[in-house]
Write a protein that binds this ligand. Structure first.
Ligand code: ADE
Ligand code: ZN
Length: 338
């Protein structure tokens, strides 16, 4: 079977369900914000910074990612960051986004929750108006910090309760199992928030089961290590739990040594509800469409498989009603056109 062509892939309506806003900070914007805020950066140039983006594992990346995020100081900085990402989405045929942000990365530097929410929400509203991109924001807890810190963060976010739909869990996975955050996830769900969590990126398959059983997540972020446990694989297929897989991230962080080794198409063919996402595109060499193309080029992707992946992204999103049905109808129409 032939691979899908690039322009059709671009046109398919797609949702992005695993994207860290701080991970969209391109080196050029990082330098511009550092200058605007009078902050020195430990690199001489954009090129020098970009050439530091060689990672042996997740922690190598996180060290640079938190350092980079320190240039985000003002409401306008969060606005500029978010709007630049949405502009990329518009070009790539992304019709709906569910971005994460990490409030603790910023409150730890005395950048208030209000500053973060105001900038991000204003950009999401402008993205809807300019490009019709719908969004659901996800507040993510840093798992290398304590559960008490996450509880305080949830409290600080309560004035914006109407403006985010879910909580997430990210940062250093190994040694920080989902069970560490059971109480704060209970509290979040009691507030009517949905739950998602990074699990099975570098950490073991057991963390995926913990996220499902203890945190009651409705999606698993990454989840690719599920392959180590055939019983878990069958459970994910039976329950149709979405996995938000990030192929370029996984190869840049050495979860897989090469894209040709990635298991995403095997999981798709087994009937798992997998989706393609970009995670931290400014650091991993590509936005959403680039991730689809990298998978297609390394593993092959027919039109049917591409449509299934795009369909999975829409049906795994927090959209419902007309907004979901309209995107799906457009997708099916394109799927049938010659
Ligand atoms: N924060 C940003 N990107 C992440 C990733 N891929 N895994 C864990 N935490 C992250
Ligand atoms: Zn992530």
């Amino acid at each position: 079977m032939d691979n899908i062509d690039t322009e059709l892939l671009r046109t398919l309506p797609k949702a992005e369900l695993h994207l860290h806003l701080e991970g969209t900070l391109e080196p050029e914007l990082m330098f511009a914000l550092a200058q605007r805020n009078g902050m020195p950066l430990p690199y001489d140039s954009v090129d020098a910074l970009r050439s530091a983006y060689e990672f042996g594992n997740l922690q190598d990346f996180l060290n640079l990612y938190y350092q980079g995020a320190a240039v985000l100081q003002t409401e306008q900085d969060f606005y500029d960051l978010t709007l630049a990402y949405l502009e990329r989405c518009a070009r790539d045929g992304v019709v709906h986004v569910e971005p994460f942000f990490d409030p603790q990365t910023h409150t730890a530097r005395a950048v208030t929750m209000a500053t973060q929410f105001r900038g991000i929400l204003r950009a999401l509203a402008d993205g809807k108006e300019r490009w019709g991109i719908t969004s659901c924001l996800i507040l993510s807890f840093l798992r290398h910090l304590s559960e008490e810190d996450a509880v305080v963060t949830l409290q600080q976010a309560l004035p914006w309760r109407e403006h985010f739909v879910a909580v997430g869990l990210d940062s250093s996975e190994k040694g920080n199992p989902p069970e560490k955050f059971q109480r704060v996830f209970d509290q979040a769900r009691a507030l009517g928030l949905k739950a998602v969590a990074h699990a099975g990126e570098e950490g073991p398959a057991d963390y995926i089961a913990q996220a499902l059983d203890l945190l009651k997540v409705v999606r698993i972020d990454h989840g690719v290590r599920c392959s180590d446990d055939p019983v878990l694989v069958q459970r994910l297929i039976d329950q149709q739990t979405p996995l938000t897989v990030c192929p370029l991230s996984n190869t840049r962080l050495k979860v897989f040594s090469d894209m040709s080794e990635h298991n995403i198409m095997q999981l798709l063919e087994r009937g798992m509800r997998v989706t393609i996402n970009s995670d931290d595109p400014a650091y991993f060499g590509g936005y959403l469409l680039d991730n689809y193309l990298a998978v297609r080029d390394a593993l092959g992707m027919t039109r049917e498989q591409a449509v299934q992946l795009a369909r999975n992204s829409l049906t795994s999103s927090f959209l419902d009603g007309d907004s979901l049905n309209n995107h799906l109808a457009r997708l099916e129409q394109l799927a049938q056109s010659s």
